[in-house]
Write a protein of this length. Structure first.
Length: 256
């Protein structure tokens, strides 16, 4: 083990063994800790996007790309930047949730828990997951509408939900290529944990989101097709990560 690696995060409240992470959450350093990260390679010399060599595209031209990542890694900002930069190329799925609305720009459909569960019982959801006290899911009608569009569709969901959505698409719409893109912040896990506490509150962070972030970062190289490094930018905007993802999307369209 490289001596620059250190134990940077351990909390008994998580009820799990200590975990070693590199000083930066990026594929090169994580590969020595989680071997599956070594399967990814940068798509260009200066790119922040990494891909598995075994990615296979379906014969059709419709792409749905799952934008995934742990809490507070910049997923929403990346999605917003891409949608604003290329509305003619990319659209987004409206997912459903029972969480409180955070802003007027929330790209989600809001239900009470009772409404959500009634729709789930009626078979209206492709997938749904529970995170803490809130439910998140994708409705069949919404994703079917996205499939009709020639644009690349971005789906913002959870890593576990992406597995269910991929299975449903494979069975119901084999003409659709479904790719999973996992965002990694270019910071230490310790810094990420502090960011989660700041953005989501202490109780929710320690009980739910930080343990889930550990699980997601361990599982990402197994379940994801693409990794996107989101480095710090003084502007506060994910410029480099968004540009790298958008270039890849443009390449997908040009080649299909």
């Amino acid at each position: 083990m490289n001596p620059e690696y250190k134990l940077i995060f351990y909390d008994r409240r998580l009820g799990q063994d200590a975990i070693l992470f590199a000083s930066r959450l990026c594929p090169e350093t994580l590969a020595e800790i989680v071997p599956e990260y070594a399967r990814f390679y940068p798509i260009a010399a200066d790119s922040f996007l990494y891909a598995k060599s075994e990615i296979n595209h379906s014969p059709g031209k419709k792409f749905i790309i799952a934008l995934l990542g742990a809490s507070a890694t910049g997923k929403d900002a990346i999605m917003d930047t891409i949608l604003q930069s290329a509305p003619e190329l990319v659209d987004a799925t409206l997912t459903a949730t029972t969480r409180p609305r955070r802003s007027d720009n929330d790209r989600q459909i809001f239900y009470t828990r009772e409404e959500f569960m009634q729709k789930e019982a009626a078979g209206e959801f492709v997938e749904y997951v529970a995170i803490g006290e809130n439910l998140y899911g994708t409705q069949v009608a919404t994703i079917e509408e996205n499939i009709k569009s020639p644009k690349i569709t971005l789906w913002r969901g959870e890593l576990s939900g992406s597995v269910t959505l991929k299975k449903w698409l494979t069975e119901s719409h084999p003409e659709v290529t479904f790719l999973t893109l996992f965002v990694l912040p270019d910071i230490s896990f310790n810094d990420l944990a502090q960011r989660i506490v700041k953005e989501r509150g202490g109780k929710d962070a320690w009980e739910t989101r930080i343990p889930r972030a550990l699980w997601e970062i361990r599982q990402a190289p197994i379940l994801a097709d693409l990794l996107l490094c989101n480095p710090y930018d003084p502007s506060g905007q994910p410029k480099k990560a968004s540009e790298a993802a958008l270039k890849y999307f443009q390449k997908l369209v040009a080649e299909n």
